[in-house]
Structures are given as C-alpha cells and as structure tokens.
Design a protein around this ligand. Structure first.
Ligand code: SF4
Length: 465
C-alpha cells in the first residue's frame, strides 16, 4: 500500500483523523463499506491507505466460506500488528465459535469492537468512542456540551424525538413524527461531557422514555469500546455508572408504565439513578384511557406502583392528569380521585381538558362544559395536594442530600435547593435557613446535607448540618 491519504472532510485547522478501511466479501458487504465510508466522510474523517498511517482501522469481513473466514481473520491480525486499533464489522463479526463465543473476539481479543453486517451506526459509535469526531467549524463555535439554557449544574439530556403513539388529545406525533431514538453511544457521550463540564443533575427527557430503542429494534451500539443496547434499561444503567464518579444525579422523565420499567426500579433501589419516576398517567379509568388512546392503558397501574414501592420504598412518583376529558362521567372521575388517593402520587399536576387544534379527541362525543372541567380539576387538585402535603410532612426530621440551586452570599443568608424528590421547575424546593455558624457556607451546584425542620406549602424547610 502507498502512503497516500484521501481527505474527505471540510478544511479545518487541525488535521482530520484518518481511518484505514479494508473491505472484503460480496457486493452486499461492499454496500455496507460504502455506507460507512460515506458517513466517515460526511463527519470529516480522512481515509488512510495504509494501516500505519491511520488512527484506527476498520475491517469489513466476510464469513461465508472457510477461505473467506481465513482471509478475514488474517487481515484483522495484520491490521492489529501494524496499527493496534481495529474495529471489525461484517458477516464474520456475527459468527460464533463452537463454544458460543464471538469468533473474532476469541481469535483476536484485542479488537476494539465487533459488529455484524449492516451496522453503520454501531460502527460509527465505535469510531466516535476511539477517535473523536473532527472539529466542525459550524458546530464547534459552541462548547462540547452544546448551548445550554439551564444553570451550569443541571442539564436535560434528550434521548429521542417523536412518538409512535397516537393519544387522541395530542398532536406531537403529527408535528414531530414517529419515534427516532438517538444512537446510544452519542447519548452516553453527551452525558459524559455534561458531567465533565460540571453538571450535577442530568434530566433524561423524550416523548416516551420507556420506548427508547423500539424504532431501531434495540440495536447494539457502542460506548467506551463496549457494546450497549439501545434500550431503556441498558441506557439507564450506563448513565448511572457514568454519573457515579462525579457524584451526580440521574433523573428520569416521561416514563410510561410498560412492564419493562419494573426492571429499572432495582437500579433506583441500589442508588445508581434517583428513585424518582415521572410517569404521565393522565387518567385511571380504563374507558377514559381507551378514549385517550394512551399507551400502557391496559396495565394495572395501581398494582404496578405498589410493587415499585415495595421494591424501592424511597421511590417518589410524579404524574400529570387530565380532568373533564370528553365523555368523562362522574363515576369515571371518581375512579381517578380514588386512584390518586390510593396510589399516593407524591407530585401531581392536573389540566382541565382543553381541545388542541388538530387533535382527534375534538371529534369525540360528550364534550363537557368548561365549568365542569374546571370544577373537576379543582377537586382533583384538592385531593392531590392533601396527599402531597401528608407525604411531605413525613420528611420532617430526616437529614437529606440537597443540591443547591441558589445561595446568595455563599448561603450566609440562606438558600434554595432540591432533594432527589424534586425535579427543577416542576416540583418543590428546600428552603435552607441561614446557617447559625459563619463557617457554614454553600455554593450553587454543591450537594449539602440538610436536616428537614418543617414544610411550607409544596416546599420543605431545613437547616445545614
Ligand atoms: S401524549 Fe401520547 S401521542 Fe403525545 S407524545 Fe405523549 S405518548 Fe406520544
């Protein structure tokens, strides 16, 4: 091979990282190679025609007949000897040895990552993990964490866009389309950068966090050289592991109560992610949920919440509800009030139903007068507030970890923070009293220990310990 390099990226100040590429096998494998090379080029990577001149080598393999297997394994061995950083893709990557182990990893345990065929995104995730994307002058004017509108110590992490459901009151799928999950390697990379930049609380958001990865059939991506499935449980576990050395919190929003959410609760019980679930139930009566076309509407949500609390007693549940949906009878509404009481939802919001232009629910029969919708919302909130206040009162006397959101004069005049039970903007706060000793200070973005001494509406009041 000559040492010529074909540059495929835009002109940037720093030289583009170079990727060596060997394509073996049939025309289908060639098409895969073209897709990967096109993506590399689009992201500004250069290609290297020698193993030695590359920052990393990708070998697209064939596993069809014995000769092809040998050729592929030999090529991987050559690339490892000459370069050391090798990613393997293609048909041989999907083959297992007689003991069930991955064949490539068994013969060449030093390869960085192995994928099967048709895995452009997984290959790109592995490339990103080992040779970061080159600078893009249009994007790199902003910091590696992107432009953030939140304070420095917490950040939202969007894991997907769009939604596969068609709730009758909602027009989001029409506006944003079906679910598109972000590659898991990209999401985890963003989380790592946010923690490195000082974020202490990461808020995972989407339209439907539980559905993460459904659109890509839970495909395997890569993070830190290891395979990770594009799936809620795997994502949450890895986020918790990434957050741990930073002592940071991970909070989950918009989690629908599908059965597989049960698997996430043990991660909360062991402290990997916050024992806090934002579950938009919207209603409790099965007929109303049916008219709303809600996902997971058939589930026995009350039993599910009780089982979650049995597995993780410190769990806090937040939810939103709609009162006065078209056709809602007094009996159906009473079911909602009973659910609120029995489920002991810690934090609940409620909207009086209001038609949104373009929503299917507008055509449902039985629209209720505005006054009835409003009156039911008020009755719901009275129950919700009684539940919330009683649950809040149980915290008095406890010492809790609090993340400081505001602390003028280093907190000498007191400050405001939140416990794990409160998400920013939507839940309550902890009002931290001015410390009695001048030596006690606190800063925004710092975790402090606070003894809870009282409540004030939706908030707690506490003192530094
Ligand atoms: S309300 Fe329903 S349709 Fe709308 S985004 Fe949420 S799950 Fe999707």
């Amino acid at each position: 091979m000559s040492d010529s390099v074909s540059t495929a990226g835009s002109a940037t100040a720093a030289p583009a990282p170079r990727i060596g590429f060997v394509s073996l096998g049939c025309p289908k494998a060639l098409t895969d190679s073209e897709l990967i090379l096109t993506q590399l080029s689009a992201e500004g990577y250069a290609t290297s025609e020698t193993f030695e001149g590359a920052d990393l080598v990708i070998v697209n393999t064939c596993g069809f007949i014995d000769d092809a297997v040998k050729e592929s394994l030999d090529t991987i061995g050559e690339a490892l000897a000459a370069n050391g950083k090798v990613i393997v893709t293609g048909c041989l990557g999907a083959r297992t040895a007689s003991d069930g182990e991955n064949l490539v990893q068994q013969v060449h345990p030093k390869v960085l990552a192995v994928t099967g065929p048709h895995a452009t995104q997984e290959v790109m995730d592995a490339v990103h993990a080992h040779v970061p994307k080159p600078h893009d002058p249009f994007v790199d004017l902003v910091p590696a964490t992107g432009v953030k509108l939140t304070p420095k110590h917490y950040a939202y992490l969007k894991i997907s866009e769009g939604c596969n459901h068609r709730c009758s009151f909602c027009i989001i799928p029409g506006l944003r389309g079906d679910l598109v999950s972000r590659p898991v390697g990209d999401v985890l990379g963003e989380a790592q950068r946010l923690f490195e930049s000082g974020v202490k609380e990461l808020l995972v958001i989407s339209q439907d966090t539980s559905a993460y990865g459904v659109d890509v059939k839970y495909r395997t991506g890569f993070w830190d050289g290891k395979p990770v499935r594009t799936r809620m449980l795997d994502l949450v576990a890895r986020l918790g592991e990434i957050a741990r050395p930073f002592g940071a919190w991970v909070r989950l929003h918009y989690v629908y109560p599908y059965p597989h959410v049960d698997e996430v609760i043990p991660l909360m019980a062991e402290g990997l992610v916050l024992p806090y679930l934002d579950v938009p139930f919207q209603h409790a009566h099965p007929d109303v949920l049916k008219r709303m076309k809600r996902p997971a509407s058939g589930g026995r949500n009350l039993e599910r919440i009780q089982a979650w609390r049995a597995a993780c007693p410190q769990l806090v549940v937040r939810s939103t509800f709609i009162a006065g949906f078209p056709g809602e009878t007094e009996e159906e509404f009473q079911t909602l009030l009973d659910f609120m009481q029995e489920a002991q939802i810690d934090r609940a919001g409620c909207f009086a139903y209001s038609p949104v232009e373009g929503a299917a629910a507008n055509d449902l029969p039985g629209a209720l007068p505005d006054a009835v919708r409003e009156e039911r919302r008020a009755r719901f909130m009275a129950v919700a507030e009684a539940v919330s206040t009683a649950r809040l009162a149980q915290r008095v006397g406890a010492t809790m970890q609090v993340l400081v959101d505001s602390a003028p004069a280093l907190g000498r005049k007191g400050g405001v923070g939140r416990t794990y039970a409160d998400a920013p903007e939507i839940d309550g706060t902890v009002k931290i009293l001015p410390p009695t000793k001048a030596s006690k200070t606190m800063k925004v973005g710092e975790f402090v220990r606070v003894r809870i001494v009282g409540t004030s509406g939706h908030d707690l009041v506490g003192e530094l310990v």
